[in-house]
Design a protein around this ligand. Structure first.
Ligand code: BGC
Length: 912
């Protein structure tokens, strides 16, 4: 396998060299070869690889056809040579696209010297069911008990196909989870479908290519239905069947025969169903109960006798909520083998997966029919080494598997997931070996985009923990935690983490979908519910820093992906939120009562310490600061969308709130009420202070950090911006003090305690190994992982110059306590890389800028004459070099560059 990819890589390099540049990695609406596109003008993107520096696209040509040979007769659209440097999210402008059809497309580009590339390899997208009338299927509901949690349901149907099949597609969705089968084989590898949305308003359907699964002649289709988010229990209050109490399925198969004719098969009253299957109980929080003795062999194959199954009922729903799948599917991403199997002091048999992970286990077991194994899940062991599940609160997160007996049995649950590192097995027959238990890591299949590494192994473990926090909590919606009876789309957590998330993985499609659910669930008065989808309903409302995800996340996505459409789509929601606050704040411009959660989980000293102040920040000050920030982002979004009046008006709102903020919360000496780190951080980050006051506020902030012996005291709202504010105000060494701090409260304290994910609290586990309050103590909560974006943007120095990284700023701020740092980021244009190393006071700094972008690179603490690029003087290589303060600034085009110079450190071991 490796050899093959190596061979491809060499061929690719040869191709690039032969033509100097080539087009690759084509995508449509942020996805590779997507099925189910319903946009009328889908947007196409491509990347360019060039063996020469300074590659800029001067023109492109697109063509789109109904076959991948692009024959004249099947050509749908040719753009002609179009002068443009756009290569990301370029709109299709051809004739109207047909429903349920595959289109192939390719592109070629010209460089600045009008030299032409070869055509790219073809890519495709396939349209979904564009019109509501394209849905012919009927909702089917097997006879079921709607008064309680029920076993998973099964439905089936046999049918005959008389002719040779050219292609076949399945369009399917459900109330509850579904797994679809054709002739005994599982369709596709998507999990927990149809995904989690605000179901009454938006219900996704999936599209599958099932050509290879069907036979000419007899066929059988079947599906299993589980409670899922739709019908299961959600939220910590007793709350089930939020969207409905009946499970159902809607599916249709489109078949094209080789003779050109077509056939449509639909779910209807000819299907049959049963409630008597092996999945006796299933739930997101509680796990699964599977009785293998109740398995129904061959139920999804032809020839099965379903005489005892009951005919399904047909139901009518208003299908206007049906939408094609917008996000990437949830899949099995990795498998983990236990690193240790042991018995606790009290004798519990435990497997340690070595990593706090989310998904489930696959068991291999041999035993007697009727015997039941219980599998429990935990994130941590207590100080005595015992299995600890109290912090899961009401979630039993267990599997109960009843053996059928005989040969070795393999079992994996389907309609649940767990957050765990340790697995306890009760009544496991025989010896438990590592091969009997496998951890299946499950999450939204977002391409991994970013890497960060440096010379400090604890910081590297922190980066690992951030990444795994994301793996565990980006499961169709951005959740707070994956283990206890919560696992909800908490808005504040997503707000804090979205920029970091976008560095690690491609979250464009993921947030596109979730933000639409946010807009769908937003209250008529503009309030953004605490969680999206809104399962808390009447127990919800807006809290500052939580509701602001409605402005912050779309703005972030626009910055990162250059995607204007996401701003356009979210704009009414952004505006409604700011208008809601505006009404609440009224003429005072102070948002009183707007912060329900404050600076959530800010540092509180332990009982024994009476000398240290806590990190408390006045909630109205927080609310007013976020009000100003959201108004500013709204004004900026309006500017991008050419809404000039709104731009002016919300800039005006910002100015007014800023004035009120200063009047109410800032002293003439620049002290901010309530003198907390978060207070200074928000004021500085959101540009709320007059210029002259900024150095003073920065000084109070750094004094507070010093007084706390280089410790932070921020919560969910201050933490993401803390190091950025320090760096923006000339205090990067203090930011490094915080990053490298190992004692509580700090990012590295959990790392030192053995964490493999980010903890909800700074001291989830205390130094004496006891735990924080079990009522709220998750060990997989990504919010504090928001430091990740400072590591990419400041330590490695990869920063956005123009939206979508069309222009890149590469401006690392090194510190000698770290001898090297390197990061790469796969942008929409290609790979951006920045890496530096300090060796005997020699600074080696390498930079990669993708084709069709430009960059401003800042070489820290040096002068032009002292620097060599790949052995040559800067003037010999670059046209645009200048000294900016203590740094050298160079404007450059695409390519890879290696700068080298000797670096002097003034103060102790820090850069000036
Ligand atoms: C969640 C948080 C969330 C918070 C609101 C918690 O229960 O786990 O992450 O943001 O409530 O304060």
């Amino acid at each position: 396998m490796k050899l093959i990819s190596l061979a491809f890589f060499f061929l690719f390099c040869i191709a690039v060299r032969a033509q100097n540049f080539m087009v690759y990695d084509l995508s449509c609406e942020h996805k590779t070869n997507p099925m189910g596109i319903v946009e009328l003008q889908p947007r196409l993107s491509w990347k360019i690889k060039s063996s020469e520096r300074d590659m800029l696209q001067s023109a492109y040509q697109l063509r789109l056809a109904s076959d991948d040979k692009f024959s004249k007769k099947n050509m749908v659209w040719e753009s002609g040579k179009t002068s443009s440097d756009e290569s990301v999210l370029v709109s299709y402008k051809g004739p109207a696209l047909q429903t349920a059809k595959r289109y192939y497309w390719q592109v070629k580009v010209w460089n600045g010297k009008n030299k032409e590339s070869a055509w790219s390899r073809p890519a495709f997208f396939e349209t979904g069911l564009i019109g509501l009338n394209d849905w012919k299927a009927q909702w089917i509901e097997p006879v079921q008990d709607t008064t309680r949690h029920i076993p998973a349901l099964m439905v089936r149907k046999e049918f005959s196909l008389q002719k040779k099949i050219a292609s076949a597609r399945l369009y399917v969705t459900s109330h509850g989870f579904y797994e679809f089968y054709i002739n005994g084989q599982r369709v596709g590898d998507y999990l927990l479908t149809p995904g989690w949305t605000s179901y009454q308003k938006r219900l996704q359907y999936q599209v599958y290519d099932i050509t290879g699964l069907l036979n000419q002649g007899k066929n059988a289709a079947g599906a299993m239905l589980g409670d899922g988010w739709y019908r299961g229990s959600l939220g910590w209050v007793v709350n089930w069947g939020i969207w409905g109490k009946k499970l159902g399925l809607l599916g249709q198969v489109h078949i094209r025969y080789t003779d050109g004719t077509e056939e449509l098969l639909i779910t209807d009253n000819t299907w049959k169903g049963t409630q008597e299957g092996p999945i006796v109980a299933n739930g997101i929080y509680d796990g699964e109960q599977y009785d293998a003795t109740k398995e129904i062999p061959n139920w999804n194959k032809i020839g099965f006798d379903d005489a005892s199954w009951k005919s399904v009922q047909v139901a009518t729903y208003d299908n206007s909520n049906l939408i094609a799948m917008e996000t990437v599917p949830v899949r099995k991403i990795k498998e983990l083998t236990p690193v240790k199997i042991f018995r606790t002091p009290k004798g519990t048999l435990v497997a340690d997966m070595g990593q706090n992970m989310v998904g489930w286990v696959r068991l291999k077991v041999k035993g007697n029919a009727g015997q039941t194994i219980t599998v429990r899940h935990a994130e941590v062991l207590d100080k005595f080494g015992e299995f600890y599940t109290k912090n899961l609160r009401g979630a039993s997160a267990s599997l109960h598997y009843t053996l059928k007996g005989g040969e070795t049995e393999t079992y994996e649950p389907r309609f649940t997931f767990m957050g765990f590192r340790y697995v306890a097995l009760d009544s496991f027959p025989g010896e438990l070996s590592p091969s009997s238990i496998t951890g299946i890591v499950v999450h939204s299949d977002m391409p991994v985009n970013g890497t960060f590494a440096c010379s400090d192994s604890l910081v590297n473990q922190l980066q690992h923990n951030i990444e795994w926090g994301q793996r565990g909590n980006f499961l169709d919606v951005p959740t707070d935690c994956p283990q206890r009876d919560e696992r909800l789309g908490w808005t504040g957590d997503a707000q804090a983490f979205c920029r970091t998330a976008a560095f690690n993985m491609d979250v464009s499609a993921f947030f596109t979908k979730w933000l639409k659910d946010l807009a769908a669930d937003q209250y008529p008065d503009g309030q953004v519910p605490f969680v999206i989808p809104d399962v808390l309903k009447n127990n919800s409302g807006t809290s500052a820093g939580w509701g602001d995800v409605s402005t912050i996340a779309p703005w972030t996505m626009y910055q990162v992906y250059g995607d204007k459409k996401i701003l356009e789509t979210q704009y009414p929601s952004m505006k409604a939120y700011v208008e809601y606050i505006r009404k609440k704040a009224g003429d005072s411009s102070i948002w009183k009562g707007g912060s329900v959660f404050g600076d959530w989980l800010y540092y509180k000293p332990r009982m024994e310490s009476h000398t240290e102040p806590d990190g408390y920040t006045n909630p109205d000050m927080i609310a007013t600061a976020f009000y100003a920030y959201s108004a500013k982002l709204l004004s900026q979004a309006a500017a991008v969308l050419n809404k000039t009046e709104d731009e002016k008006s919300y800039q005006g709102v910002f100015e007014k709130v800023k004035e009120a903020f200063n009047k109410n919360y800032v002293t003439s000496e620049g002290r901010i009420f309530s003198d907390s780190q978060t207070g200074y951080v928000l004021a500085l980050m959101f540009d709320l202070l007059p210029q002259a006051m900024q150095p003073k506020a920065t000084a109070y902030l750094t004094e507070d950090i010093k007084r706390r012996r280089n410790h932070l005291s921020t919560g969910f709202l201050g933490t993401p911006y803390l190091c950025h504010v320090l760096s923006q105000h000339g205090q990067t060494p203090v930011a490094y003090d915080l990053l490298l701090q190992q004692s509580f409260p700090s990012w590295l304290y959990p790392v030192k305690m053995g964490a493999t994910t980010i903890w909800e609290r700074w001291d989830g586990q205390k130094t004496d190994s006891t735990f924080q309050d079990a009522g709220m103590n998750s060990f997989n909560h990504y919010a504090y992982g928001a430091i990740g974006d400072w590591m990419y943007r400041v330590v490695a120095g990869i920063e956005i110059g123009k939206p979508g990284y069309k222009h890149i700023l590469i401006q690392p701020q090194p510190d000698k306590r770290i001898s090297f740092a390197k990061a790469s980021y796969e942008s929409s244009y290609g790979t951006i890389a920045s890496g530096w190393e300090i060796k005997d006071n020699n600074f080696v700094f390498s930079v990669t800028v993708p084709a069709n972008t430009t960059a401003t690179v800042q070489l820290p603490n040096t002068e032009t004459e002292k620097v060599k690029e790949s052995g040559k003087s800067l003037q010999a290589v670059f046209k645009d070099v200048k000294q900016v303060g203590k740094n050298v600034q160079i404007e450059l085009g695409s390519g890879t560059y290696i700068f080298e110079y000797s670096l002097s450190f003034t103060e102790k071991n820090l850069l000036p």
